[in-house]
Design a protein around this ligand. Structure first.
Ligand SMILES: *Cc1c(COP(=O)(O)O)cnc(C)c1O
Ligand code: SF4
Length: 425
């Protein structure tokens, strides 16, 4: 039997019981009525004196915003409710762990113009706003998200467009924030239109949590705008099966029907989804609502989220429990976004057991160990005869791939033996 989608029953919550359905389904009403202070939160969740005091302290440093829709998904009685943990601040956010870093992903360091991070050769991250409809307690960009209340000034955006236009290697733009879909339809149309004027921008991706925290934002008008600028991909951010509701399903379906390929990027979070079976149920539900699981992120080293971190081993365990056991399309890539701006590093169980030139020994998910006899006369691909290999824009210019292609060495910057070489190599 199919799993039931979880149900948002806002009429049962005293604060919302008189809300008209047309207001509830209006994203602007949802934004205007987001829970931003303790008195409003208390109308939804009973708070103990201690919780009240902790919350007051935490709100001095970090913002809270919870859309009525997402608040209606929180359990009143269960402090361990995953939705509640992602939405309601707790005192541990003020704890700075010794492993914490303020900009672990070097998004500010790798930024040629404000709001644009160009770390990978052929794609760039464009932050178009610092605001969100709801502030996730585990947000990786909490150093900037919610800090300034303005959308990126038009001047900043224009500088970013200029940079992209004069950088022909960029063929993929990831629009993120904050949440880009918090912007007005006309502003979104402007950004997509400007990007589409740049000939070498092949694909555009929008990263938004709206399908999860405010599915009412996915209106027919918004879909009509996105549709004009294809190929546009939308990656969203579900972390728990409880977030997959009938409303979320409709939002994702609207986007899918507008020709948008939907992906999901979840974050591995202690006490929320650090369980193979929760993850498996979520991946199944995502495919049912036409969203392809793309990444599971290891929780990174941003300040104030150490209480959400798991070991990396937990992610490997989750992939071990998915791969082979369920639909391959339900298996995302588990990645660690390397501290220091190293970018995403995929991590998975080892399936390769051993090898000679003749044979490779592999194991499958069941533990069956098998051997693959490699062709003895494989000559390799003839680069000189290949038109793709002579296309400079396709050839890797960095990294281990470059070593494989051209040979050479990559030398780490800080080696103790550097000091012993008299500057000679
Ligand atoms: C994640 C990320 C991207 C996109 O990475 P993909 O692996 O292509 O999805 C691009 N730029 C930055 C800075 C990123 O962090
Ligand atoms: S929607 Fe994204 S950017 Fe906004 S608070 Fe949540 S994780 Fe951070």
């Amino acid at each position: 039997m199919k799993r039931q989608y979880s149900n948002v029953d806002y009429k049962s919550i005293p604060l919302f019981k008189d809300v008209k359905e047309e207001d509830w389904n209006n994203w602007k009403w949802q934004m205007r009525n987001a829970i931003r202070d303790i008195p409003s939160l208390e109308k939804v969740l009973p708070l103990s004196d201690e919780e009240h005091e902790h919350l007051a302290k935490t709100l001095k440093k970090f913002k809270m915003a919870i859309t009525p829709y997402y608040a209606a998904l929180m359990s009143k009685d269960d402090v361990n409710c995953p939705v509640r943990k992602m939405a309601v601040p707790i005192l541990q956010e003020l704890h700075i762990d010794e492993s914490d870093l303020s900009d672990p992903l070097h998004e500010d360091v790798d930024s040629p113009v404000p709001g644009l991070t160009h770390r990978y050769p052929d794609r760039a991250l464009l932050l178009v706003t610092h605001e969100c409809s709801m502030y996730c307690r585990h947000c990786t960009r909490r150093r900037i998200v919610g800090e300034t209340d303005e959308d990126m000034a038009r001047g900043h955006l224009e500088k970013a467009f200029e940079y992209i236009a004069k950088t022909p290697e960029i063929r993929d733009i990831v629009i993120s924030g904050g949440d880009p879909l918090i912007l007005s339809d006309s502003r979104i149309d402007y950004i997509l239109t400007e990007l589409r004027k740049i000939d070498h921008v092949e694909i555009i991706r929008i990263g938004s949590r709206m399908p999860v925290v405010l599915p009412q934002r996915i209106t027919d008008d918004l879909c009509d705008i996105i549709k004009k600028h294809h190929p546009v991909y939308v990656n969203t951010h579900f972390n728990h099966p409880k977030e997959i509701t009938e409303e979320a399903r409709q939002a994702c379906e609207k986007l899918a029907n507008a020709g948008v390929q939907m992906g999901n990027q979840s974050v591995l979070l202690k006490g929320i989804n650090d369980c193979s079976n929760i993850m498996k149920a979520m991946m199944h539900d995502l495919l049912r609502i036409r969203v392809k699981p793309y990444y599971i992120y290891q929780c990174d080293l941003s300040e104030g989220i150490s209480h959400f971190r798991t070991t990396i081993s937990k992610g490997i365990e989750i992939i071990e429990n998915l791969r082979g056991h369920t639909t391959g399309m339900a298996v995302p890539t588990f990645v660690v976004d390397a501290p220091g701006g190293g970018g995403k590093i995929p991590v998975m169980p080892d399936y390769l057991i051993s090898q000679t030139e003749k044979r490779v020994v592999l194991r499958n998910y069941e533990g069956m160990i098998t051997s693959y006899t490699q062709p003895s006369d494989y000559q390799g691909h003839k680069t000189s005869d290949c038109s793709f290999c002579s296309d400079e824009s396709l050839v890797a210019k960095d990294g281990v791939a470059k070593l494989l292609n051209e040979g050479g060495t990559i030398i780490p910057q800080s080696l103790r033996r550097e000091s012993r070489t008299n500057g000679k190599h």
